[in-house]
Design a protein around this ligand. Structure first.
Ligand SMILES: C[S@@+](CC[C@H](N)C(=O)[O-])C[C@H]1O[C@@H](n2cnc3c(N)ncnc32)[C@H](O)[C@@H]1O
Length: 210
């Protein structure tokens, strides 16, 4: 049976890729993914590349055109099991047609950098979603958030404060695993919240009641 390999590429640099993932990428005939996930591999000769853009449904046609004759590998950031295109692909292909290779999630790296466990954290995705997802989690003692350009650290902090949360350390974990990685710390109790220079997407936020 033909299958599609979905590879978790970790935070975005080759350093965090597990060996099975690297092998699958090297063996691929066609690599499909977001621009950021494809860039590290663009110089690999003899491969085709397809950048996923809206409407995402087009990726299904592209995969169907190729996967019976060629090795199709879909690259996702972090781990495929944690907010990725995997859930969408399971609606269009049988599970037996998908081979998933895990990756290190941005959340895992963020907690590792802070020397903290994440088994006791609430993990939420604000990437492309509404901030009111936070309403049921305003006072979580340990909260980790995927962010995006609109739901950025400043907007998220201001939202939490407007809803009544007045304390908590905020760790802004920017470009984890990249040479430009930076972790900035704020406190929700500060009078004026300032996001330090050098903070850029992608960003994971960790908020701790301490
Ligand atoms: C579509 S979600 C994918 C999550 C991914 N599957 C994971 O396990 O990390 C994209 C979000 O993940 C986070 N992210 C991914 N890579 C990151 C990195 N290198 N540094 C910080 N955050 C990252 C950001 O919040 C970004 O907006």
């Amino acid at each position: 049976m033909a299958f599609i390999t979905i590879v978790g590429t970790g935070p975005g640099t080759k350093q965090y890729l597990i060996p099975e993932a690297r092998q699958a990428i090297e063996d691929a005939d066609i690599l499909i993914g977001g621009e950021r996930n494809l860039i590290p591999w663009i110089e690999q000769g003899g491969k085709k590349f397809y950048v996923i853009k809206a409407p995402v449904i087009e990726v299904v046609d592209r995969i169907k055109e190729h996967y019976e004759r060629e090795k199709v590998v879909v690259l996702v950031s972090g781990d495929p099991g944690f907010y990725s295109i995997l859930s969408f692909l399971t609606k269009h292909f049988d599970k037996e047609e998908l081979k998933v290779i895990p990756g290190i999630s941005s959340i895992q790296i963020a907690f590792a950098r802070l020397s903290l466990t994440w088994h006791d954290a609430v993990l939420l995705n604000l990437h492309g979603r509404s901030l009111n997802i936070l309403d049921n989690h305003l006072y979580e003692p340990k909260l980790a958030l995927l962010t995006d350009f609109k739901n950025n650290p400043l907007n998220i902090c201001q939202y939490l404060i407007s809803k009544g949360r007045k304390h908590g350390s905020v760790y802004i974990c920017s470009k984890l695993g990249y040479p430009e990685e930076k972790i900035a710390t704020l406190n929700l109790g500060e009078k004026k919240l300032l996001i330090p220079e050098g903070i850029a997407s992608p960003i994971v936020m960790v908020i701790i009641d301490e």
